[in-house]
Design a binder for this molecule. Structure first.
Ligand SMILES: Nc1ncnc2c1ncn2[C@@H]1O[C@H](COP(=O)(O)OP(=O)(O)O)[C@@H](O)[C@H]1O
Ligand SMILES: [Mg+2]
Length: 256
C-alpha cells in the first residue's frame, strides 16, 4: 500500500500555496512561484536536487524565511502574514532539519516547552499522549536530549511538533544521517501519524524510501515545481527520476 487515498477530500486543501515567492534577500528569490495544494490526509513527498530550494520553501511556509509574494493557507485560512509561532497555533507543525530539539534539556523539558503553547489544562494530557505514541521517550524522561541516538532525537523532534495535535505536519529531511534501519522506523512512524489523520509533507533525499510511503510526489527544480505526480509512477519510472532528480543513476543506488 502506498499511503493515503489520492482522491482529494471535499473542501479546502489542508495546505495550499499560491504563487509563493520567498528567499533570504529581498532581491534574490529562491522559491520562484510555487503553487502547492495538499489535500487533507495526503502524504506528499517533496524531492529535488541539492540547492533546489526545498528547505527554503518549507521554511517560508512555516514562517521562518521571508515571503516576497504569494499566499500560504491552512484549511482555507490565509496564514501568510502570521508569525511562525502563530502558524503553529493555526495548525501547521514544522520539524526543521537541524536544531529541532534542545540538546541541553531533558526529554521531559523538551516536551514541556512544546506544550507551553497549549492551554494549561491540556498540557499533561498531551505530554502523556506523546509518551504513549513514542514509548522510547517514556523509558527515561529525565535523560538529556543531547545524549539520545539520532533516531530517538528525530522521534523527540516529531513528538514536540505533534504536541499541538496539528492537522498538518511538515518535516525537512527527518532521515538525514540515520542508518537504513532507523530510517525505516522513522518512516513507519510517519505512516502511522498520516493514517491517524495528519496531512504530512515530507522533504527527502532518501528518494526510494520516501516514495514508498508517499501518495504523491513533487519535484522542485530551481525554485519551481518541475514535476508532480503519483509517488508510484515516479518509483516505476527511472527515466523520470533521472531526469528530475539529476541522480545520473537508478534510484536503487541512492540508498544510504
Ligand atoms: N540562510 C541562507 N541564506 C542565504 N541563502 C541561503 C540560505 N540557506 C540556503 N540558501 C540558498 O538557497 C538555495 C536553496 O537552498 P535550500 O533551500 O537549502 O535547498 P535544498 O533544501 O533544496 O537543498 C541555495 O542556493 C542556498 O545556497
Ligand atoms: Mg534542504
Amino acid at each position: 500500500m502506498t499511503g493515503a487515498s489520492p482522491i482529494p477530500a471535499a473542501g479546502a486543501p489542508a495546505l495550499e500555496t499560491r504563487g509563493l515567492v520567498a528567499g533570504y534577500e529581498p532581491d534574490l528569490p529562491i522559491v520562484r512561484g510555487v503553487d502547492l495544494s495538499v489535500a487533507s490526509g495526503e502524504l506528499l513527498v517533496l524531492l529535488g536536487p541539492n540547492g533546489a530550494g526545498k528547505s527554503t520553501l518549507v521554511k517560508a511556509i512555516a514562517g521562518v524565511v521571508p515571503i516576497h509574494a504569494g499566499t500560504v493557507s491552512i484549511g482555507g485560512r490565509d496564514i501568510t502574514a502570521l508569525p511562525a509561532h502563530r502558524k503553529i497555533g493555526a495548525g501547521l507543525a514544522f520539524v526543521p532539519q537541524t536544531e529541532n530539539i534542545f540538546a541541553t534539556l531533558s526529554i521531559q523539558e523538551n516536551l514541556q516547552i512544546a506544550a507551553a503553547v497549549l492551554p494549561k489544562a491540556r498540557r499533561a494530557e498531551r505530554i502523556a499522549a506523546m509518551y504513549a505514541q513514542f514509548p522510547d521517550l517514556a523509558v527515561k524522561p529525565a535523560r538529556l536530549a543531547g545524549s539520545l541516538s539520532g533516531g530517538q532525537r528525530q522521534m523527540l523532534a516529531i513528538a514536540r511538533a505533534l504536541m499541538v495535535d496539528p492537522p498538518v505536519l511538515i518535516l525537512d529531511e527527518p532521515s538525514a544521517g540515520l542508518s537504513p534501519k532507523i530510517v525505516a522506523d522513522v518512516f513507519s512512524m510517519l505512516t502511522e501519524i498520516n493514517r491517524a489523520g495528519v496531512t504530512v509533507v515530507l522533504v527527502e533525499q532518501n528518494v526510494k524510501a520516501a516514495l514508498a510511503i508517499a501518495s504523491r510526489a513533487i519535484i522542485l527544480v530551481e525554485g519551481r515545481i518541475g514535476h508532480e505526480g503519483a509517488a508510484q509512477d515516479l518509483l516505476d519510472d527511472p527515466i523520470l527520476a533521472r531526469l528530475y532528480l539529476g541522480t545520473g543513476q537508478a534510484m536503487e543506488a541512492r540508498r544510504p
